[in-house]
Design a protein around this ligand. Structure first.
Ligand code: ATP
Ligand code: MG
Length: 310
């Protein structure tokens, strides 16, 4: 991912109000909905090397400690959820995982290689194995859906236009957007843009896909649809997913393990059942639901880490 792509986050016109203003019509026969129970995934093997190993990360931005002493591991094939209050550092953490920012301290190992030590060429090499869906879709406004999806292949001389078109069509089909190649982002609903951004993230067959609030701004049904799509993509491609979301019920429904970020650190790592059973106040409030107004700083709790691997 280039510096210019990072900049697109700032200039992308997509916004939550836009997504709400143009609700995606529900398919009459329900065929676009992916029942969670119908998706079969392979069991996660945590005996080998983790895909990602985050070790003692600290991140200070403009003198403020945003992330403090965070460590966790993610294994190949996992769907790993990150939840936390607005401003708790979820996007900051994702940007570190994909090497868009370097941590102030700590190491991030991707398949055993410390990406915090890589130069731009090294990062570009590693990022070919990673895809990122940004918080606001961040599609390029002046490009069609097909051009957005094909963005990662824009400089490839070793593929023909036909091969490129075939790959784009395959990905648009995977996210149930066949036939939208020539549509402009402005003509797409919020849910459709999310799906195009998922297809774009998959262009280089990444082993790791990071999703930042993939369902924000969508109605609950479409949110569930997108979440089901993420599970389908992970199953179909065998890729690992890291998903940040405020939609805790959807996270609990698809994640193998989850992390609760709060007070600049990890409050709890565990399975959805660990989260449901936790009596840490902040976790309990997220999982069992309370108004956002009640989630204030006094929720801070002693850190409790349950890691299913030990
Ligand atoms: N580039 C930056 N400059 C200054 N502060 C920043 C920057 N990036 C993040 N922050 C600060 O870091 C904190 C965490 O921000 P971050 O965007 O990671 O939160 P988040 O958990 O993703 O929130 P949300 O749920 O609203 O998306 C916030 O206080 C934010 O103001
Ligand atoms: Mg964020």
């Amino acid at each position: 991912m280039s510096a210019s792509e990072r900049d697109v986050i700032k200039i992308a016109p997509e916004d939550e109000a836009d997504a709400r203003a143009a609700p995606e019509p529900l398919p009459a026969d329900g065929e676009h909905f992916i029942p969670r129970a119908s998706v079969q995934r392979q069991p996660i093997d945590r005996s080998g090397e983790p895909l990602l190993s985050i070790e003692d990360i600290h991140q200070v931005i403009e003198g403020a400690v945003i992330i403090h002493d965070v460590s966790f591991k993610i294994w190949p094939g996992e769907i790993f959820g990150i939840m936390g209050m607005s401003g708790s550092g979820k996007t900051t953490l994702l940007r570190l995982l994909i090497g868009l920012d370097k941590p102030t301290e700590g190491r991030i190992l991707f398949k055993g290689e410390d990406i915090t030590q890589l130069d731009e060429d090294g990062l570009n090499r590693v990022r070919k194995s990673m895809g990122m869906c940004f918080q606001y879709s961040a599609l390029f406004d002046s490009m069609t859906a097909a051009e957005n999806v094909a963005f990662a292949w824009r400089n490839r001389k070793d593929v023909t236009p036909e091969q490129r078109s075939e790959r784009v069509a395959q990905l648009l089909s995977m996210v149930e957007m066949s036939g939208t190649e020539d549509r402009m982002p402005a003509d797409l609903s919020g849910g459709m843009r999310k799906r195009v951004s998922i297809a774009r993230a998959l262009m280089e067959e990444p082993e790791l896909v990071l999703y930042d609030e993939p369902s924000s701004g969508l109605d609950p049904v479409m949110s569930c649809n997108i979440t089901g799509l993420i599970k389908k993509v992970s199953t179909d491609t065998g890729s690992t997913a890291v998903m940040v979301s405020h939609d805790v019920s959807n996270l609990l429904g698809i994640c193998d393990r989850m992390l609760m970020l709060h007070d600049r650190g990890v409050q709890l790592i565990g399975t959805p059942d660990d989260m449901r059973a936790s009596d840490l106040p902040i976790v309990h409030r997220f999982v069992h639901g309370l108004g956002a107004g009640e989630m204030t700083e006094h929720c801070s709790t002693p850190t409790g880490v349950i890691d299913v691997v030990g």
